[in-house]
Design a protein around this ligand. Sequence first.
Ligand code: NCD
Ligand code: ZN
Ligand code: ZN
Ligand code: ZN
Length: 413
Amino acid sequence: MQTLYKNIRIVDDTQDFTGCVLVEDGIITQVAETIDEPAFEILGAYGLYNSNLIVRDFTGEDVVLMPAFTDLHAHFRDPGFTYKEDLQTGCEAAIQGGYTAVNLMPNTNPVCSSLKQAREIEKRAKEICGITVNQTLSMTKDLEGTNIEHLKSLKKNEILFVTDDGKGVQDDAVMRQIFEICKEKNITVLSHAEDSKYSATDMRKAENEMTARDIRLFEEVCYGGTTATERGHLHFCHVSTEEAIEMIAEAQAKGLNITCEVTPHHIFATGDEANHYRVNPPLRMQEDLDALIKAMQAGNVFAIATDHAPHSLEDKEKGAPGMIGLELAFPLCYTKLVRGGFLTLSQLVKLMSTNPSAMMKLNKGKIVEGMNAEFVIAELQQEYVIDVFSMATKSRNTPFNGISVFGKVLEVI
Ligand code: NCD
Ligand code: ZN
Ligand code: ZN
Ligand code: ZN
């Protein structure tokens, strides 16, 4: 089966032009300004046509075709908190938002601390929906902060990521061992950088101190003294302060294999004690927001990740931090970053698809021959109002309901 997408604006990290894409059995086979309809065959009295070809001509439609997005950071709450979200509604929310791949955090109940549980979740997701679901393992058993026995039995390259997202690993000696094991087994450490000593009093200090600590330990363990070529990989989740992003940029300039993600909400909104929506890390100040955007322009931010954190109304009232993100990420980022004049659409695609897809080792994220035909088709010109009640996610926790945005996902392929 072949599909020809004709006369549509095609955008990925290195291209932005109006042209055509030919797809055969789910793989991109040709990308060009013009493509002739291929492989005509003679079919009886009906004359010349290709029975195996679907042609979609977008002439006159003001839409754009991009590689579908990949989210490095989402919470689907399955198992354990499925009243907030489950694999089915989470996947539906992802698709509605333009995503065909998601990386799930392990703070479920039970916590995902075993390969067996991770594989079961991935298998169940596969039965439910057509998108790629990777389930991350916790780095300490049950997120309790010290026991890392479950990491020792993993084989090299068996899993992509570990994280204790939701809290940081407070003990330096434990963190050091995690870096050692992960370097050996080629696992990327996803750090939720929060020093809990300061969580109650100074959330800025909590993030900054732990970011500095992680960079220091990572450098000591992975770069100290040896001539090994394997260096490990440290990735910071939801970076939100000017100080943290500067430390990360400095570490990168030194050549350390450190990357980070920023969320849509941390570049879209500020918050202060009088006016905030509870999320970890908190919404910050204008200076922080500016610094994050500057870092995106400079190439110090590797990906935009949603930190999609669904909670029920009741849990929010009790103080649960977090907000939904999958169905908001593209419009928020497109409106703020591209319409705001900070990034090109190509740069946004790189952050939302090309880079995170590469980090998840997926054959997607670019519109080039040989890659999977995982696309998102979006409309960019029409302003519209965000309606949280039309979303596929089970939860409604967002401060962005009712705001006007640009960038609407029309279709995911
Ligand atoms: C996340 C959650 O609800 O699981 N909450 C949040 O505020 N971001 C945990 C996390 O990402 O740290
Ligand atoms: Zn976190
Ligand atoms: Zn308050
Ligand atoms: Zn999270």
